[in-house]
Design a binder for this molecule. Structure first.
Ligand code: ARG
Length: 591
């Protein structure tokens, strides 16, 4: 059969049907398959499926070609009839073929590797290409703030969606692990530090110390001098200073890793600003000089050296300070060059908040001016702010506080249903997973560029479009399978024996339609980098499933029908689970 790049009928039933229709257009219209495919769109009409082709899209004289299409039409396994109206040529899909095809694909693709990877819905569009995704990137000794939380959640999603579309993915955590703050922390640690606390929870302890010493520094300039002096020693490679810095970094990293494990997030490389070599930075400045793109700063910027990007309305970022110490942007420029030399990526995505839009635009532009052809492959996946992220009592808090509070609230809630609670294997862990689902889904429910207000009661509710609701929908589907198995209803291992033609109710067809759409949802997400499309989809799927409980009863039905319905629910569960994993959630089986 003819194929079109990016169209994968073996893993996407809709593709198979769109192809079938497109191939009925090529002859009468005398156009290539690819062109015909562009105009083809699958939809649902009542309990049935249609492929509608807008008549204007294909050019020519609409009446002539519509007549030709109808004249030459032959029914087959995929399409049964064709009708023409003013705006569309509509093909009626063989619904039983579609229902069977979709469910079989989900089954085959999910069970081939029962490793928890989201296989159904995946495609190969990124095959042979390498992407680096840099995300989370907190600043050691400073606060892990809402921006880092969003970067972590969105970055994990972007890594997953690239893996799901065949990319070779490498993830980097670019820690803020260099700079004067370490001088401050070192001075503060002398005054307020505790070895004990450093070992048990470096992240919070160092932040504590940092806050205290900053307070001292407000009234005592000597603290600043000592901090600057310490950081200078670090940059000069003084052994004792570097050793102390390294301890702070190592203990913090250990603590961060615990949080990342908890969040179901990981990194191939823990890099950081400290890993960009002095040499790389000198080389960059030298190259800029040779190319003549550096200007000497005037007036307020006297002594500093900068790059004039006014032509592109991007200001004039300073790339070298008067005292010669390095800068955030210079580290990023040199770091990108080092990464490209080392990893040869086809694209690199930086996941960071919208307040850094200017920074990324500047540093991408500088690399472009330096004639690096790959500068065009750099992307900034930005996002808005979380407003009012505080504990339930209203005080500003760390990531752990937020996750713990969500966990505790969910745990209390679970205890109110004693029978269910007794059945859950590890209530603490389950409560934690539900709590994190609440936080994550709230974060990914809207367009990423939008700000949102952190809302405890809304996000933790089991009703409405929330993380707990999605987890509940999944757990309920798992329980159907457990209960039916207990009652002796088991599906044949040869699933072709299941009679999917019995799935005729509108409620069943809605679910099938949604299941078939999932590969398209993944394709949209890899284009837009928007997790909200996946979240919305999962809500629609969950609503369709819960609406079907009453009409698609499994227990007590005639066996063939019971099996068909059970199979539909199991496939729905698998797609729901795949979608949740794509969003970095761990689908729950009991809750
Ligand atoms: N550590 C930075 C911050 O907290 C984020 C790093 C973003 N990535 C980068 N390559 N500049 O603001």
């Amino acid at each position: 059969a003819a194929s079109i790049p990016g169209v994968e009928p073996e893993t996407c039933a809709f593709d198979a049907f769109r192809l079938a229709v497109a191939s009925k257009l090529t002859g009468p219209l005398n156009i290539p398959l690819e062109k015909a495919y562009e105009g083809v769109d699958i939809g649902k009409k009542g309990a049935d499926f249609t492929v509608a082709v807008p008549r204007f899209r294909l050019g020519g004289k609409p009446d002539d070609w519509a007549k030709k299409v109808v004249d030459e039409f032959k029914a087959d396994l995929w399409v049964e009839s064709v009708t023409v109206d003013k705006a569309f040529v509509s093909f009626m899909v063989r619904t039983d073929t579609l229902v069977n095809k979709v469910l079989t694909q989900i089954h085959d693709l999910t069970y081939r590797t029962p490793s928890g990877k989201p296989e159904y819905g995946c495609n190969h569009s990124g095959k042979g290409k390498k992407v680096i995704i840099e995300y989370s990137s907190p600043n050691i000794a400073k606060e892990f703030h809402a921006g880092h939380l969003r970067s972590t959640i969105l970055g994990a999603f972007l890594a997953n969606i690239h893996r799901a579309t065949g990319w070779d993915v490498m993830t980097i955590n670019y820690l803020g692990d260099w700079g004067k703050q370490f001088g401050l922390v070192a001075v503060g640690f002398e005054r307020y530090g505790s070895e004990e606390a450093l070992k048990t929870d470096a992240v919070h302890h160092l932040y504590d110390v940092y806050v205290k010493i900053n307070k001292d520094a407000e009234t005592d300039e000597a603290v600043h001098d000592a901090a600057r002096e310490f950081f200078k020693r670090m940059e000069d490679g003084d052994e004792a200073a570097v050793a102390q810095w390294k301890r702070f970094r190592d203990f913090s990293l250990e603590r961060y890793k615990q949080s990342y494990d908890r969040l179901n997030v990981d990194f191939d490389v823990y890099g950081g600003e400290s890993t960009v070599s002095q040499k790389a930075m000198q080389d960059v400045i030298q190259k800029m000089d040779e190319m003549g793109i550096i200007e000497e700063g005037k007036e307020k910027k006297e002594g500093a050296r900068l790059i004039n990007l006014e032509k592109w309305k991007l200001g004039s970022p300073v790339v070298q300070k008067t005292d010669g110490t390095s800068l955030y942007i210079t580290r990023d420029i040199a770091g990108a060059i080092e990464r490209h030399e080392k990893y040869h990526f086809d694209k690199m995505i930086y996941v960071a908040g919208a307040p850094q839009d200017m920074h990324f635009a500047q540093f991408f532009k500088v690399l472009d001016l330096m004639d690096f052809p790959w500068a065009k492959t750099l992307e900034h996946a930005n996002f808005g702010s979380i407003l009012g992220m505080s504990s339930r009592k209203g005080t500003a808090v760390s990531l752990d506080h937020i996750l713990n509070e969500a966990q505790d609230t969910m745990h209390e809630q679970m205890k109110t249903n004693e029978t269910k609670y007794a059945n859950v294997d590890d209530p603490q862990k389950t409560a934690d997973e539900i709590g994190m689902s609440a936080v994550k889904i709230q974060d990914m429910a809207g367009k990423r560029i939008n700000n949102y207000t952190f809302n405890w009661s809304r996000m933790l509710s089991f009703e409405g479009d929330t993380g707990p609701y999605l987890q509940y929908a999944h757990a309920r589907l798992c329980s159907v399978q457990r209960k039916t198995a207990q009652a002796g209803l088991v599906l044949p291992s040869d699933v072709s024996k299941i009679n999917t033609d019995l799935l005729t109710e509108p409620g069943a067809r809605v679910i099938v339609y949604l299941l078939a759409s999932y590969p398209d949802v993944v394709r949209t997400a890899i284009k837009t980098y928007e997790p909200s499309g996946v979240v919305t989809y999962l809500f629609r799927l969950s609503h369709a499933i819960s609406a079907a409980w009453e009409t698609l009863v499994v227990m007590g039905q005639e066996e063939e029908l019971a099996k068909a319905r059970l199979w539909l629910f199991i496939n729905a569960r698998d797609v729901l689970g795949a979608g949740l994993r794509l969003l970095s959630l761990r689908p729950l089986e009991k809750m």
